[in-house]
Design a protein. Structure first.
Length: 310
């Protein structure tokens, strides 16, 4: 019975960790997928926006704490920092760089966005240094809760249990509603499906593109801001995140919003169970899942094979 109880707790911890991890990865992956759907550019620098969002949230939060701000203020600071990063960097990157790369070869797009990624990585080291930056005030303020699991109760942080999945679900619901039931969303879908036809209908494709990239940048920054209380921010955090986000996007299918949530959950749970069962395979499992999916469905779980124009 003791063995059964111990393994039951491990399963519960793996499920909870996988859920919170999937929520954080989803925030970045859905922004990457949204941007690709409209711009048709796989933005490698998306990972840097994640890191900058985390650093910005931590810096603002630590500054507010030094002024005696209450701990609960850390939560709105996370959101405000993400919006700030998206609004400031999103239009600049889209207008000065990605718009010029939109009709270029995919290889050139990847090279240019990778160069931007390296520049932003060096900028992070210049501004925040190489020492770990920690801002865990929201995590400590919310404390822990006992999650019933069978006959046992698993202590887990309320922040990872409620805030991360809650924000991810709210983001998914809002995006799905906007894209399906609002005029702005329908314009985004029109530009995604056929940019030339959208222009012929009078849609300002340039404004739609800038708006979409700004939202995508803010979502990446929000992912970093939400992860800031749970991790130590160090150089390279953006690189690991963008690689994992590519795995989620490829597994779901390029341009798939709801699919990104399913793929993030699948990869998050797979990685989490690997941590508890076979830690040596933690890094491999997410990409093994991606490869297994692509072997049977090259377009991803929810992707649709596209016809080429000649």
């Amino acid at each position: 019975m003791a063995w059964l109880s111990e393994n039951g707790i491990l399963v519960g911890l793996a499920l909870l960790d996988g859920l919170s991890y999937a929520a954080a990865v989803f925030m970045v992956a859905v922004g990457l997928n949204l941007v690709f759907g409209v711009l048709r550019v796989l933005n490698v620098a998306h990972g840097s926006l994640y890191a900058i969002g985390g650093y910005a949230a931590a810096s603002i939060g630590l500054f507010a704490a030094s002024l005696g701000a209450p701990p609960w203020l850390g939560l709105p600071i996370l959101l405000a920092a993400a919006v700030l990063v998206g609004v400031v960097l999103g239009p600049v990157i889209e207008r000065l760089l990605l718009r010029r790369m939109q009709d270029r070869e995919p290889v050139l797009q990847l090279l240019v966005t990778f160069a931007l990624f390296m520049i932003l990585e060096d900028l992070q080291k210049l501004v925040w240094g190489v020492q770990p930056v920690v801002f865990d005030a929201p995590l400590k303020w919310l404390g822990t809760v006992d999650v019933p699991f069978g006959q046992d109760a698993i202590p887990f942080t309320a922040y990872q249990l409620y805030v991360l999945p809650g924000v991810a679900l709210a983001t998914l619901a809002i995006l799905a509603y906007v894209l399906r039931y609002t005029l702005t969303g329908r314009m985004v879908v029109a530009v995604t499906v056929d940019r030339e036809a959208a222009r012929a209908m009078g849609i300002d494709a340039a404004k739609v593109t800038m708006l979409t990239f700004t939202v995508g940048a803010a979502l990446a920054a929000l992912g970093g801001a939400l992860a800031a209380p749970t991790v130590s921010l160090v150089p390279g955090v953006g690189a690991s995140t963008i690689v994992l986000s590519f795995a989620v996007v490829a597994t779901a299918g390029l341009g798939q919003i709801e699919g990104a949530a399913v793929a993030a959950l699948l990869i998050g749970l797979g990685r989490s169970f690997a941590v508890y069962v076979a830690p040596e395979f933690e890094v491999v499992v997410p990409y093994a899942i991606m490869v297994a999916v692509l072997l049977f469905r090259p377009q991803g779980l929810f992707g649709v094979a596209e016809t080429r124009r000649i």
